[in-house]
Design a protein. Structure first.
Length: 235
């Protein structure tokens, strides 16, 4: 069965359930999961997602070799090495990074009890679909990280892109049909749709339109990331 958690309240509800047999795929298209996949494709050793700025700083105190990455309100955090732009994550080959973002890392953390947690983005959508096709999890949950407490259109587009690439012989929920239909409606206009989202408009306002361009690309990386213990690494 393919199911979709469409917003943070659904993520919280789902995280309280038994996830022991579930494969979860977390999408924060603008921009956390896109940055994570870019980092892994560029040779990052590991990316450690945490909920809060305080957690990130504490890990850094215990290990000075770690890089700090993150944002609040879309802007880099004071004293951090990186913000949340995919371009920055191209420069972290061989490094371990602690990352905290408004929604993306929170959603990844919420799924830690799942049997497997994968990182979803448009950038690696074909590689992700191929992995899932070969492993055929019986229960697949697509997690849309959202914006604040709200639904994010770009995350639903990402989830829909994955559903459109998978067989539905194990069953498909109404929410999965919805995101697939949305992605089919978007067609080749992914960039323009992402620019019209709440996050897209905000990123343009703060001078991050280049990030939207990067995050809107389909299947530029042949890499799958998953949560192994506390860290996201390449499969």
């Amino acid at each position: 069965m393919i199911q979709v958690a469409l917003c943070p309240s659904e993520i919280r509800r789902t995280s309280a359930m038994d996830l022991s047999g579930v494969t979860a795929v977390v999408f924060d298209v603008l921009r956390a999961t896109s940055s994570i996949i870019t980092g892994l494709a560029s040779g990052a050793e590991a990316i450690i997602p945490v909920r809060t700025v305080e957690e990130a700083r504490k890990l850094k105190l215990n290990d000075s070799d770690l890089l700090l990455a993150g944002e609040r309100g879309g802007l880099p955090l004071e004293g951090f090495n990186l913000g949340n732009s995919p371009e920055e994550f191209e420069q972290i080959k061989g490094r371990r990074v602690v990352m905290t973002t408004t929604n993306g890392t929170v959603a990844i953390e919420a799924m830690k009890a799942a049997a497997k947690v994968l990182i979803g983005s448009l950038l690696n959508i074909d590689a992700l679909a191929d992995y899932l096709f070969r492993h055929r999890p019986r229960s697949l949950l697509l997690v849309c990280a959202g914006t604040g407490e709200e639904f994010s259109l770009e995350d639903a587009i990402g989830a829909g892109a994955l559903v459109a690439r998978l067989p539905d012989d194990e069953g498909i929920s109404d929410s999965a049909i919805f995101v697939r239909s949305l992605y089919e409606r978007v067609g080749d206009d992914v960039l323009e749709w992402l620019r019209q989202t709440e996050n897209g408009k905000h990123l343009q306002k703060i001078g991050k339109d280049a990030d939207i361009r990067r995050c809107a690309q389909l299947s530029v990386f042949d890499v799958v990331g998953h949560l192994a213990g506390e860290s996201v690494v390449r499969l």
